[in-house]
Design a protein around this ligand. Structure first.
Ligand SMILES: Cc1ncc(COP(=O)(O)O)c(C=O)c1O
Length: 414
């Protein structure tokens, strides 16, 4: 038997295999080199260990995972059931259901007062599918993409998988964990092709103000770089003004999803908005990378914009805000350093310098000894990552109070 193995991307080696040796020895099978540079998503390991402890009968307070604890709003579930009964179980067109693209276009008109041609909107398997697609569309091998450190960890890996380089900009509280023009000037390189940001951001919950976004947009234009803004936490914001990049720039790339504000993480449905001149290439990439997003999920998502659903989601947003206020105060009282206010999402990024200089060790201890699951800063980058942890307030007030009590006990002994 002849088996092709991936090696250097330029060369395909052929190896003689003995059929009797099957399954092949580990040493004969190799991954592509680019996979060697991919870092694990540590929060999933924390979750796995937390589940193990639960299976042993321990009560764990979950503050690690970035997904709403609320189950999907009933009108959305009902819409999926109706679609199933009607037998809508086939592929949709690659770009997504036309009625969903139109509904998203209306969302931009209503919420941001911008007119977006539905043809520029593509439905993807979550924001993840959109980010992966845009990396394929925009990032050449050997190129560089600017992004903040800390930031959502998967972005670095999408870029690495393209054989390209994430160019990390260390950001701290002095710039609200978002890049300034001075930082952008300092970190841009000759091979930089784009700038990927998020507002509100994960893990800090900070936003990019309208004025900052205008400046960053102008800077990217001047340097001829594509600008991608991940707006997945729009809707879950606690400030009055949260601009979309689409208000400022027809040439911007926007990523969004039904996962967070709409509470549909498991349905795997999101969207991207691209400049008009990329429509046909993006359509082609949708066809090739995933054929289409889940049809049932797209029918379900159509109900996400109904008045009944929005009422439920707005109540949940108010709950998240209450939780944030409680946790911010309680963690500060314990001695965590919280030097910016989380303006959106459901995270608080807190300094642990009073207790430890090793966030992974700190998180391990809090989980194993006190049953509180939180995520080490090392999941989100390198910059001061050992001094920070991320709290996700994706559990109810009762659990948050229990978590705080346990953390207070644990930290008092450090
Ligand atoms: C900033 C950011 N972008 C994208 C994603 C991926 O979301 P989705 O579930 O829509 O793929 C996440 C998930 O946590 C996120 O925090």
């Amino acid at each position: 038997m002849i088996c092709k193995i991936a090696g250097d991307s330029q060369v395909n080696q052929e190896v003689e295999l003995n059929p009797d040796d099957s399954p092949m020895k580990d040493s004969q099978l190799k991954t592509a080199h680019r996979v060697e540079n991919i870092s694990p998503f540590r929060v999933m390991k924390v979750l796995q260990r937390a589940r193990q402890l639960e299976a042993e009968g321990k009560k764990i307070v979950h503050m690690e995972v970035g997904e709403p604890d609320f189950s999907t709003a009933q009108p959305i579930v009902n819409a999926a059931q109706v679609a199933l009964k009607k037998g809508y179980t086939h592929y949709s067109t690659a770009a997504g259901l036309p009625e969903l693209r139109e509904a998203i276009s209306r969302l931009y008109a209503d919420r941001y007062h911008v007119s977006i041609d539905p043809q520029r909107i593509f439905i993807t398997p979550g924001a993840s599918g959109g980010l992966n697609l845009l990396a394929n569309l925009l990032v050449d091998q050997g190129a560089g993409v600017l992004m903040t450190d800390p930031a959502y960890p998967c972005n670095r890996n999408y870029i690495r998988l393209m054989g390209a380089q994430p160019q990390l900009i260390p950001v701290g509280p002095e710039s609200n964990y978002q890049p300034t023009i001075a930082l952008l000037n300092e970190y841009v390189r000759d091979n930089t092709c784009g700038l990927w940001l998020a507002s509100p951001a994960n893990p800090t919950g900070t936003i990019i103000s309208r004025q900052q976004l205008g400046e960053i947009n102008e800077w990217a234009g001047k340097h001829n770089l594509h600008l991608l803004l991940d707006e997945i936490y729009h809707g879950l914001h606690y400030v009055d003004d949260l601009p979309s990049l689409l208000e400022l720039n027809e040439q911007g790339f926007v990523v969004n999803s039904f996962s967070k504000y709409y509470g549909m993480t498991g349905w795997r449905v999101g969207w991207i908005v691209v400049p008009e001149q990329f429509i046909s290439q993006v359509d082609m990439l949708c066809q090739n990378l995933f054929i289409a997003a889940s049809t049932i999920s797209q029918y379900a998502a159509l109900a996400a914009f109904s008045a009944g659903t929005v009422e439920i989601l707005e109540q949940r947003r108010a709950d998240f805000r209450r939780r944030r206020d409680f946790l911010h105060g309680a963690l500060s009282d314990i001695g965590f350093t919280i030097d910016v206010e989380a303006e959106g999402a459901f995270y608080i990024y807190a300094g642990i310098e009073k207790f430890s200089d090793n966030s992974e060790e700190f998180c391990r201890k809090m989980l194993e000894q006190y049953g509180v699951a939180i995520t080490p800063g090392t999941d989100f980058g390198d910059y001061r990552a050992r001094q920070f942890v991320r709290f996700a307030y994706t559990t109810d007030m009762e659990n948050l109070a229990l978590g705080v009590e346990r953390l207070a006990r644990g930290c008092a002994l450090l």
